[in-house]
Design a protein around this ligand. Structure first.
Ligand SMILES: Cc1cc2nc3c(=O)[nH]c(=O)nc-3n(C[C@H](O)[C@H](O)[C@H](O)COP(=O)(O)OP(=O)(O)OC[C@H]3O[C@@H](n4cnc5c(N)ncnc54)[C@H](O)[C@@H]3O)c2cc1C
Length: 448
């Protein structure tokens, strides 16, 4: 592993004992640098390796839709690890309490974890580091070029991070070694997944979906299908909401079921389709990694204070502008606006758990237009995105919403009411671009 992936969260005191990998964001057995690093340390010390997942019975707005996807993915992780003689352990409760307890119980010598820029996870890590006295190492297993290596500040836009990523990519886009089978025998006990489901304290109204299956195997199948059927037209068709041209990989990236690096290794040789090649790698590497950069270096990634000064100043000047329509959270949630295109986008997200990428921009911008303040718009957009999207609660979500409502990573546009200098989108623009009637009829609100 390239050592630049590693960050020491705590020096700690060395001792003899098992290595523990606290799996958080990268929920997969293969192509996982944090797990491979933990395994290498365990092999060097001739000791046992534990993979620990701490289960939190409620998380942001996640519902059974997202929890079901995650739990099924973890069941696959457990059985895959078992084939490699690696124990999978699940604890439940506050990570800041549970991880240190486990470390003490098994008398661990080293704690390894993966990288996540979100505030809540960083708080957990800080609390764990304060309570343990062994070394605590973090490995960026999610970004191809590690987030903290590519830049040490908030990047202004894609054009500022792109050359940095491109320069460093050859150092990091390498083949993964295989996960090895450990020699140590492991305990036979299996996680009681029924109790895990019973422990959930969440919203059961947002149902699981069956069009996209969870887990590492399913993620690889979706990638293969994208390559064989959709990739050729990705460059031209990805922004047409009535075309099935996107990869659908974002839920897998979000739960870590597949490594973006594995996807990049599969796409890299497909240079015959230059437009698709360029567009896909731009979205999947530059845009996705820019989101981690934004959330890591801007702690206000989910609020008005996170916007650039020009955007805050401009939106402040338009606070008192008359809004033609004003809707409550409930009206938005029930897709009860006057705009059938917006309602269709909301219904696509509610029913499918994944709104088309192009419509996400329109959807969030209209929330800015139809609420009384940008703060309300942020709160409503994040609440709905986190509750219904399979890929919600992700840096790309907070960044996409901040881009749409607060011009983050974008530039100032012509001044107009409510939006100020934030880029505007409208119904007629969509109608000129794609078949809005077809999109609307594909995503009918059954209550309307
Ligand atoms: C308002 C708004 C909300 C969003 N919410 C989320 C979210 O909650 N979770 C999420 O993962 N993405 C979010 N996005 C980004 C983007 O829309 C989705 O990543 C994309 O639509 C996912 O579908 P796909 O995997 O089929 O994409 P593809 O078009 O196949 O792209 C491949 C991959 O590239 C990355 N990517 C594509 N577009 C973007 C983008 N604009 N920003 C960052 N990465 C991108 C994703 O990792 C994606 O899986 C949001 C964008 C906006 C404007």
């Amino acid at each position: 592993m390239n050592p630049k992936r590693l960050r020491i969260l705590k020096e700690g005191n060395s001792k003899i004992g098992p290595v523990v990998y606290w799996m958080q964001r990268d929920q997969r057995a293969h192509d996982n640098w944090a797990l491979l690093y933990a395994q290498q340390k365990a092999l060097e010390q001739k000791t046992t390796l534990f993979v620990l997942f701490n289960f939190v019975p409620s998380f942001l707005e996640a519902a059974i839709r997202q929890y079901g996807f995650m739990i099924k993915g973890l069941q696959e992780v457990e059985s895959e690890l078992k084939k490699h003689n690696i124990s999978f352990v699940l604890t439940t409760g506050d990570a800041g309490e549970e991880i240190p307890k486990f470390v003490e119980r098994v008398n661990a010598s080293l704690l390894v974890t993966d990288f996540n820029p979100l505030k809540i996870v960083r708080r957990w890590k800080k609390s764990v580091a304060d309570k343990i006295d062994i070394p605590f190492h973090e490995v960026d297993s999610h970004n191809i070029v590690p987030c903290l290596h590519v830049s040490d500040k908030q990047e202004f836009a894609a054009y500022t991070i792109r050359p940095k990523i491109q320069r460093l990519l050859p150092d990091f886009l390498d083949e993964f070694p295989a996960l090895q089978k450990m020699k140590t025998k492991i305990e036979k006990n299996k996680t009681d997944w029924t109790s895990v489901y019973q422990s959930l304290n969440i919203n059961n109204d947002v149902k699981e979906v069956d069009w996209l299956l969870p887990g590492e195997n399913a993620a690889h199948k979706v990638l293969q299908e994208f390559i064989s059927k959709k990739f050729v037209n990705y460059g031209t068709d990805r922004n047409f909401p009535t075309h099935d041209a996107q990869s659908n990989l974002s839920p897998y990236f979000h739960f870590g079921h597949i490594a973006p690096q594995r996807v990049a290794l599969a796409i890299q040789p497909l240079t015959d389709h230059a437009e698709s090649h360029k567009a896909f790698l731009e979205e999947m590497i530059v845009r996705r990694e820019l989101s981690d950069n934004f959330c890591y270096f801007n702690k206000s990634y989910d609020s008005f204070e996170g916007f650039h000064k020009w955007a805050q100043d401009s939106l402040n000047l338009h606070r008192k502008d008359k809004r033609e329509y004003l809707y409550s959270l409930k009206q938005f949630e029930l897709a009860e606006t006057h705009d059938d295109l917006w309602n269709a986008a909301q219904m696509e997200m509610v029913n499918k758990g994944k709104m088309h990428g192009y419509m996400r921009m329109y959807w969030a911008k209209k929330i800015l237009e139809w609420t009384k303040s940008p703060e309300d718009a942020m709160r409503i957009a994040i609440y709905l995105n986190d509750k219904y999207e399979l890929d919600g609660r992700d840096p790309s979500g907070y960044t996409g919403i901040a881009w749409s409502i607060g011009g983050v990573h974008d530039r100032a546009w012509f001044e107009r009411p409510v939006y100020g200098k934030i880029r505007y989108m409208n119904y007629n623009g969509c109608a000129k671009k794609f078949d809005v009637k077809k999109y609307i009829s594909n995503n009918i609100n059954p209550l309307s």
